[in-house]
Design a binder for this molecule. Structure first.
Ligand code: ADP
Ligand code: MG
Length: 481
C-alpha cells in the first residue's frame, strides 16, 4: 500500500538530433512558460513534450483514473510511475521516498496492459506463480541461540558508494557554478549517509525462495478472488479474453504490489465483457484496498471506476476531481465536452448583467434571461454591466422542449430524432443556423422531425465559459449578489 506524489513531472522525448543539453533547455523554457498556462504541447528543436508539469498527490488506497483522448500522455505518465520511462524533470515520491532513480523491479508496483502478454505454453497456474518462484523473501538472520544478528547493511553501502562515484564523475563535467554547488551538496549528504551505514550495524537478513506451499496458497488466494479456480490448468489459448485478463490480474496480485498500474486493460474485450470486468476490477480494489492507477480513453470507464479522475489533454492535466464534480463543475470547456454522453451542448453567446438577471443573446439573435440567484456564482468581472463573449454549456438532460413559445425560450428546428428505447435524442438546430445540438428526453417523443420547437434551460445546470480562454467563469455555489 502506498501514497504517491508527483511534483512538476515532465516527459520530453528527444528529437532524433538533439543532445541532452537541448532537452534541459526545453524543460527550462517550459518551466518559464508554464506560468502563462499555454495548454498545448510544444514541438521545439525536435523535442516532444508528452507530459507537461504533472502535479498530484495520491492517497494510499485511492482508485485513480487517467483519462483523455489518445496521445494525451496517459501511458507515458503511468510508465514514468512504473519506472519503465525516465522522468525528464520533476519528482516522483512513493510514501515520501524519492523514486526517480529506483529500478522498476524495486518499486514494488505491478502493471497490467491492454495486450496481455501471457506465455502460450504455460497454464494459468504457472503464469501466476512464475514471479513468485523467482522471488526471494527476506528473513531476519538469527544466531544459534535465536538472537538477532546485527551487521552493517552491505547492500546500502554498495549502493551509496556507487552513487557517490557517479556524482564525482558529474562534478568533473559540471559546467555551471550552480550545478556544481548542487552536486557537491548532494555528495556531502550521501557521504554522511555512507558514514552512518558503515558505522551502524542493523538487523541482518538472509534471503530464501518461497516454499511450494506458500506459493500454492498465494495462487489459490488470487484465483478465488478472481473466480478463475477452475481455469488454473488451462493455457491461454483455451481461455476467453476476459479470462486471460483475469489471469494477468492474478499474476499482478500475487506479488502484493504497493501500487497497481493498469493501462487500458479492458480495451481488447467486447462491450458486454468490458462492463462486467469493470465492476470486477472495482470489487478487486475494494478487496485489496491497494492504490490503483487506471488508464483509459473511455470516459464511462473513468466515471464508473475512479474515486478521482485526472482528465488530460495534449500532455496537460485539465482537472483532477471526483466523477460527480467533473460532471457538475467542469473547470473548462474541454472537460465539459469530454465527460458525459451525449456531449454537452455549447452555444456562442454574448452576456450582459441586467440587474438581477443575466441577459444572453444567441448568435441567431434569440435571447434568454437567467436569474442570477439561480445560476452558479459567476466571477465578478463578468457581471460588470459590460457585454462579454461567453460559451454557454448545457447538457441535453437540462434542456426542456415545448411546442409553444414560453418565456425565455429559444426557437429551434428539430432535425433528427433518435429513439434509443429508454430515452429519445432530439437533434436540433438553432433557428437559422447549421450547428447540431442534442436534447435527451426520457421515453419516447411525439415531436416530428422538421418542426419548430422552443427550448429552455434549467438555470441551475447552466455552465458558462470564457469564449477566449475556455475556462469556466463559475464557482461551485449557487447564487450571485
Ligand atoms: P496515451 O497513452 O494518452 O494515448 P502516450 O502517453 O502513449 O499517450 O503518448 C503521448 C505522446 O507521446 C504521443 O504523442 C506519443 O506519440 C508520444 N510518444 C510516446 N512514446 C514515445 C517515444 N518513445 N518517443 C517519442 N514520442 C513518444
Ligand atoms: Mg496509452
Amino acid at each position: 500500500m502506498a501514497g504517491l506524489s508527483l511534483k512538476n513531472v515532465y516527459k520530453v522525448y528527444a528529437g532524433r538530433n538533439t543532445q541532452k543539453k537541448g532537452l534541459i533547455k526545453t524543460i527550462k523554457a517550459l518551466f518559464k512558460k508554464s506560468e502563462q498556462q499555454t495548454p498545448s504541447v510544444e514541438k521545439r528543436s525536435g523535442n516532444f513534450v508528452a507530459v507537461k508539469d504533472f502535479n498530484m498527490e495520491i492517497e494510499d488506497g485511492e482508485f485513480i483514473v487517467f483519462v483523455g483522448p489518445s496521445g494525451c500522455g496517459k501511458s507515458t505518465t503511468l510508465r514514468m510511475i512504473a519506472g519503465l520511462e525516465d522522468i525528464s524533470s520533476g519528482e516522483l515520491y512513493v510514501d515520501g521516498k524519492l523514486m526517480n532513480d529506483v529500478d522498476p523491479k524495486d518499486r514494488n508496483m505491478a502493471m497490467v496492459f491492454q495486450s496481455y502478454a501471457l506465455y502460450p505454453q504455460m497454464t494459468a497456474q504457472q503464469i501466476i506463480e512464475f514471479a513468485l518462484k523467482l522471488r526471494k523473501i527476506p528473513e531476519e538472520k538469527k544466531d544459534t541461540d535465536g538472537n538477532p544478528v546485527l551487521e552493517t547493511d552491505k547492500k546500502k553501502i554498495k549502493e551509496l558508494t556507487k552513487k557517490i562515484k557517479t556524482i564525482e564523475k558529474q562534478l568533473q563535467k559540471a559546467d555551471g557554478q550552480q550545478s556544481a554547488e548542487e552536486l557537491s551538496a548532494h555528495k556531502q549528504q550521501l557521504e554522511a549517509d555512507l558514514k552512518y551505514y558503515s558505522e551502524t550495524p542493523v538487523q541482518a537478513y538472509t534471503y530464501r525462495h518461497m516454499t511450494k506451499e506458500e506459493i500454492s496458497a498465494k495462487v489459490r488466494w488470487a484465483a478465488k478472488i478472481l473466480n478463475i479456480e477452475e481455469l488454473l490448468d488451462n493455457k491461454p489459448a483455451e481461455m476467453s479474453g476476459g479470462q486471460r485478463q483475469r489471469v494477468a490480474l492474478g499474476r499482478a496480485m500475487v506479488r502484493d504490489p504497493k501500487v497497481f498500474l493498469l493501462d487500458e486493460p479492458l480495451s481488447n474485450l467486447d462491450a458486454k465483457l468490458r462492463t462486467t470486468m469493470r465492476s470486477e476490477i472495482v470489487k478487486l480494489h475494494n478487496e485489496l484496498k491497494t492504490t490503483f492507477i487506471y488508464v483509459t480513453h473511455d470516459q464511462i470507464e473513468a466515471m464508473t471506476m475512479g474515486t478521482r479522475i485526472v482528465v488530460m489533454k495534449l500532455g496537460v492535466v485539465q482537472q483532477i476531481d471526483t466523477p460527480t464534480n467533473l460532471y457538475d463543475y467542469p473547470e473548462n470547456k474541454f472537460v465539459a465536452g469530454f465527460i458525459g454522453t451525449p456531449q454537452m451542448n455549447f452555444f456562442d453567446v454574448t452576456a450582459v448583467r441586467n440587474g438581477k438577471k443575466l441577459s444572453v443573446t444567441f448568435t441567431n439573435g434569440g435571447k434568454a434571461e437567467f436569474n442570477l440567484d439561480k445560476l452558479r456564482k459567476i466571477n465578478e468581472e463578468y457581471l460588470d454591466g459590460n457585454e462579454h463573449r461567453l460559451t454557454l454549456g448545457v447538457r441535453g438532460e437540462s434542456i426542456s422542449v415545448s411546442e409553444k413559445q414560453i418565456e425565455n425560450s429559444v426557437p429551434v428546428t428539430l432535425s433528427v430524432k433518435e429513439v434509443l428505447g429508454n430515452v429519445t435524442q432530439l437533434f436540433f438546430k438553432l433557428d437559422g443556423e447549421e450547428n447540431d445540438y442534442v436534447i435527451s428526453v426520457p421515453g419516447r417523443s411525439t415531436f416530428g422531425e422538421g418542426g419548430l420547437l422552443y427550448i429552455s434551460f434549467s438555470e441551475k445546470n447552466i455552465h458558462l465559459f470564457d469564449a477566449e480562454t475556455e475556462q469556466s467563469v463559475m464557482g461551485r455555489q449557487t447564487g450571485n449578489k
